[in-house]
Every structure is written in structure tokens, then in C-alpha cells.
Design a protein around this ligand. Structure first.
Ligand SMILES: Nc1ncnc2c1ncn2[C@@H]1O[C@H](COP(=O)(O)OP(=O)(O)OP(=O)(O)O)[C@@H](O)[C@H]1O
Ligand SMILES: [Mg+2]
Length: 106
């Protein structure tokens, strides 16, 4: 199952996403959370300290091969998860996409 949450600023996207992810993980499902926000803060909702994210490398540009017209991953999802994710207290795995350069909530 893949769930995408989008909507108006400040409408509760991060709160709902984090809560759903944690509840599903507590029920024993494998949950991979991806925060596509340019100011990512889903980690906070998942209970993952900021320090653990900044210690991780961000996703490299060559992860996508666009030479064939479309975009193709050059590594498997398991490989990406192994090198670019952290696990929260309820067992949610958060993919580390980028590091925020400024503080903020939302
Ligand atoms: N159900 C709710 N009841 C009351 N307050 C809520 C509820 N859900 C979220 N909030 C609060 O509303 C604010 C915005 O929530 P949240 O950060 O989840 O929204 P967002 O859509 O992710 O925002 P942004 O567009 O800035 O990323 C936060 O202060 C949050 O604590
Ligand atoms: Mg948000």
C-alpha cells in the first residue's frame, strides 16, 4: 500500500502522516516514510531526533538514471533503505532525502 499526503500549508499533513505511519508500524506493518517537503520535519513527528538525520548522507544525484527517457532507480529500494534511512521508536523507517538548513515547524 502506498499513501501520499498533500494539501494546503498548515492543514495537518505532517501530523496525520506521522500518526498513520506510527500506528501502522505498531500493528506490525513495514512502513517506509518519505518526507518530500523542502523543509522536512516528519522525523520530529515520528520521534526521531534531528541529530540522527544530520549524521546520515543525503540521497546522491546519480540514484536516478534519466538516459532512457524516463527515470529509473540505479539501486534497489532495499539498498537505498540500508544506506539512507533511520528507524523511529515505533519501527517506522524514514528515508533521509535532504537536510534542512533552517529551523522551523509545520
Ligand atoms: N487535528 C489537529 N488539531 C489541532 N491542531 C492540529 C491538528 N493537526 C495538526 N495540528 C497542528 O497544526 C499545525 C500544523 O500541522 P502540521 O505541521 O501537521 O501541518 P502541515 O500541513 O504539515 O504544515 P506545513 O504545510 O507547514 O508542512 C501544527 O502546529 C500541529 O500541531
Ligand atoms: Mg508539514
Amino acid at each position: 500500500m502506498k499513501l501520499a499526503v498533500a494539501g494546503k500549508g498548515g492543514s495537518g499533513k505532517t501530523s496525520i502522516s506521522g500518526t498513520m505511519a506510527r500506528l501502522l508500524a505498531r500493528d506490525g506493518r513495514r512502513v517506509l516514510a518519505i518526507d518530500g517537503d523542502s523543509n522536512p520535519n516528519l522525523a520530529l513527528t515520528l520521534g526521531i531526533p534531528h541529530d540522527r538525520l544530520t549524521a546520515m548522507p543525503t540521497l546522491p544525484r546519480d540514484l536516478l538514471d534519466r538516459s532512457g527517457g524516463g527515470a529509473v532507480l540505479t539501486k534497489t529500494l532495499d539498498e537505498i533503505r540500508a544506506s539512507h534511512s533511520v528507524e523511529g521508536p515505533d519501527g517506522v523507517t524514514l528515508l533521509v532525502m535532504a537536510h534542512p538548513q533552517h529551523a522551523g515547524t509545520g
